[in-house]
Design a protein. Structure first.
Length: 308
């Protein structure tokens, strides 16, 4: 492989498992590849370095800020959309089938470091959290309108917050008398119910809200279901997850090719064949050197599958 050193990305976002992703994609020089999460363009630059003049890269990113990182390269097609619409936009650009797909599901360092985006507990700013600013619902809207049961479920599922039931009740009881428009206002409201390490607790709460606002799990499932139709035979898909739920979704789909429970039916003679073949029996994780250099890579897991 060429270009095996991970680019610095001028601090926008350090690409995780960079060399491992390029290797996993098994890049054909004249192939067509998709980067579902362009971000700072780190992984994309690695793919481009392995393509010849005929090769193409189709880069998706719903965050308008990502466009400023686009290289001046005629081989790149940028799609300012969520990757849940992958099939529609590949067809639109006359590339209905591709040779490889990469998705890095982590929030970029840039998004965490921009206070006005509302992703991080470290800054003062609006409680927004939309990766795509065209989305109608912010984190503040979720807190103001969801029922106690809905809030309990999302904090438990997406944040694994230990006292999610108490937290949901506290929000519903206090939201009428507190402004939830800002990060500072929300953090102050949470003070009485914070359990354990405050930084860890707040990070889990914010993570849950971000996943809900951006419909991250729904988008992931929709993208996965389109893979068999958009990948060429022997085409590879490489997905980096940072959350146990995401990882379970990817693992399950790669294994079964569906989200439906496979039940053995004695009257069913034809069992639906999985169109994907698992390449990574166990997920690839960052080594000690990478986690030291980039602590945010600690929870990353890379899974790879191939179209049969």
């Amino acid at each position: 492989m060429d270009n095996q050193q991970s680019p610095n990305d001028s601090g926008y976002h350090i690409p995780v498992l960079y060399n491992e992703c390029l290797e996993a994609l098994n890049i054909k020089p004249s192939g067509v590849y998709v980067d579902c999460t362009f971000g700072g363009g780190g992984h994309s630059r690695g793919i481009l370095a392995n393509l010849n003049e005929e090769g193409r890269l189709i880069a998706f990113d719903q965050d308008a800020d990502a466009q400023q990182n686009l290289p001046d390269d005629k081989r790149v097609i940028f799609v300012p959309q969520n990757f849940r619409h992958i099939q529609r936009f590949l067809r639109l650009h006359n590339y209905p089938k591709v040779d490889g797909i990469l998705a890095d599901l982590g929030v970029s360092s840039h998004q965490f470091d921009e206070g006005e985006r509302g992703f991080s507990t470290r800054f003062a700013g609006p409680l927004d959290m939309r990766m795509d600013r065209r989305l109608p619902t912010t984190a503040s809207d979720v807190l103001a309108t969801y029922t106690e049961a809905q809030l309990h479920k999302l904090f438990e599922m997406y944040g694994e917050v230990t006292n999610s039931k108490t937290l949901a009740k506290h929000i519903v009881q206090n939201r009428a008398k507190t402004s939830l428009k800002t990060i500072e206002g929300f953090k102050a409201m949470l003070q009485p119910v914070v359990k354990g390490n405050p930084n860890k607790y707040l990070a889990q709460v914010f993570q849950a809200l971000r996943i809900e606002v951006n419909q991250e799990m729904e988008a992931l499932k929709e993208m996965l279901q389109q893979l068999p139709d958009v990948l060429n035979q022997d085409g590879r898909v490489a997905i980096i997850t940072f959350h146990s739920i995401e990882d379970r979704i990817v693992k399950s789909f790669f294994k079964q090719g569906t989200f439906e429970e496979q039940v053995d039916n004695p009257f069913e003679t034809v069992r639906k064949e999985n169109p994907l073949k698992i390449i990574t029996k166990k997920p690839i994780v960052p080594g000690a050197e990478e986690t030291k250099r980039n602590p945010r890579s600690r929870s990353a897991k890379l899974r790879v599958a191939e179209r049969k």
